[in-house]
Design a protein around this ligand. Structure first.
Ligand SMILES: Nc1ncnc2c1ncn2[C@@H]1O[C@H](COP(=O)(O)OP(=O)(O)O)[C@@H](O)[C@H]1O
Ligand SMILES: [Mg+2]
Length: 404
């Protein structure tokens, strides 16, 4: 036994593939950012007045995931800091917070406490009332003449997790400050986020807007080539590997993160196989693995009601003869039993219908509407994921619920 393990470690020691894997990780900042010159220039020119101590318009960056929003904004943040004059009569503070981060931004209190801490104030560990933490936040900003640029990445999450009132309070902050001023930069992957906001909040948050459009396959190739050169040992990429990653990621929606993940995971699979090269087949394997991880991650992070509906579908389909589909009505009946068993509220049939639609949109199930004559319609459901992933999904649901 011992010997086998040694062999595994030895072969990893002789790692054939990577020169520096961190280059492919998402927190790595590349020295150049191809195909985002326009957006970077726009951000820089909108924010430039902060170097003279002037408040700028609020700025809103939006576009699908992996289109370089965070990267571009962090880059401009660094560049601004490089230009700060030591003898200025104000302090420039550019604070970045990702609103998706667990534990830091789950509640209004946590977000504000985190921002107070970042700006050098101290917050008691025990929870203050909301108004008191707001006062503390304002007091910290206003303790000296500060110009604060507050970057809230994945800002749509605050509305999901807290409420839109939080954003309403934020956009009104300046009226409560006397010495200092604050500019907001909101970043969102959700293109429709703004539309759903109160018009007053919307117009204030998006005084300036910059769209990050998806990359095309050629642009993704450039991004990948630049990273691959630093990340991999020479000659380990089979011809066509970069093109294939770029093509898959472009099909996804021009997501550079997905492309980099594909390349990294393919490298890991090649390494595990003791292969000297990253062959094209490893890209396919990596794609499957990422797809699978993404689905399982979604299933485990969704609320219990979602899991109840999916659990019902999986159970019913498993007990169908000849792989026949199930119908929404049957799912609803079974779902109600599961709710009782788990002492969870029973949602209306309409709401369960919406969850079924969501499962369909996520590519977990396939829903087909068939008409039954005289305007009657039924929805039939099948799984859209493989047997193997379905079994994993079932495990997740079993661990979180009293399943069947
Ligand atoms: N133009 C680019 N050049 C180099 N790397 C990029 C570029 N755009 C995105 N990336 C890389 O792709 C990944 C996703 O980018 P990110 O800025 O996090 O996207 P978003 O915030 O829009 O979801 C990161 O690893 C980032 O470094
Ligand atoms: Mg981002």
């Amino acid at each position: 036994m011992k010997l086998d393990i040694d062999k595994i470690f030895d072969s990893f020691d002789k790692n054939n593939i990577f020169k520096d894997k961190t280059i492919l990780q998402s927190n790595y900042s590349p020295s150049e950012i191809p195909h985002r010159e326009e957006q970077i220039k726009q951000i820089a020119s909108i924010l430039a007045p902060v170097l003279r101590g002037e408040k700028t318009s609020n700025l809103f960056l939006y576009g699908k995931t992996g289109t370089g929003k965070t990267l571009a904004m962090r880059f401009v943040q660094e560049e601004l800091y490089k230009r700060v004059k030591k003898d200025a009569d104000f302090k420039l503070k550019i604070e970045y917070l990702n609103c998706k981060m667990k534990k830091v931004s789950d509640t209004e209190y946590r977000i504000l406490a985190e921002l107070v801490k970042k700006m050098g104030g101290d917050v008691p560990l025990t929870g203050l009332p909301t108004q008191a933490i707001y006062n503390k936040f304002i007091e910290t900003i206003d303790s000296e003449k500060n110009l604060v640029v507050l970057i809230l990445d994945e800002i749509d999450q605050t509305v999901k997790k807290i409420s839109s009132d939080f954003l309403y309070s934020l956009v009104r902050l300046n009226s409560e400050l006397s010495k200092s001023q604050i500019c907001l930069v909101g970043i969102s992957n959700d293109l429709r986020f703004l539309e759903e906001l109160d018009p007053r909040v919307r117009s204030s948050l998006s005084e300036e807007e910059i769209l990050f459009h998806p990359y095309n396959a050629l642009q993704i190739q450039d991004i990948l080539n630049q990273r691959a050169e630093l990340a991999f040992k020479e000659g380990v990429l089979q011809e066509g590997v970069i093109n294939k990653c770029a093509a898959l990621a472009a099909k996804e929606h021009g997501d550079a993160r997905r492309a980099l993940d594909l390349l990294r995971v393919a490298g890991e699979l090649a390494e595990r196989d003791n292969s000297k090269k990253i062959l094209l087949k490893y890209i396919d394997n990596a794609n499957e693995k990422i797809e699978k991880d993404k689905i399982l991650e979604t299933i485990s992070s969704e609320p219990k009601q979602f899991q109840l509906v999916l659990g019902s579908i999986i159970y019913l389909l498993e007990h169908q003869k000849n792989d026949l589909p199930v119908f929404t009505g049957e799912v609803y009946d079974f779902y109600q039993q599961l709710c009782l068993k788990n002492r969870l509220e029973i949602l209306t049939q309409r709401r369960v219908g919406e969850i079924i639609q969501e499962l369909d949109m996520l590519g977990i199930i396939n829903v087909r509407v068939i008409s039954k004559g005289r305007g009657g319609r039924m929805r039939e459901i099948k799984m859209a994921i493989s047997k193997e992933i379905t079994n994993k999904a079932k495990e997740i649901i079993e661990n979180s619920l009293n399943y069947v």
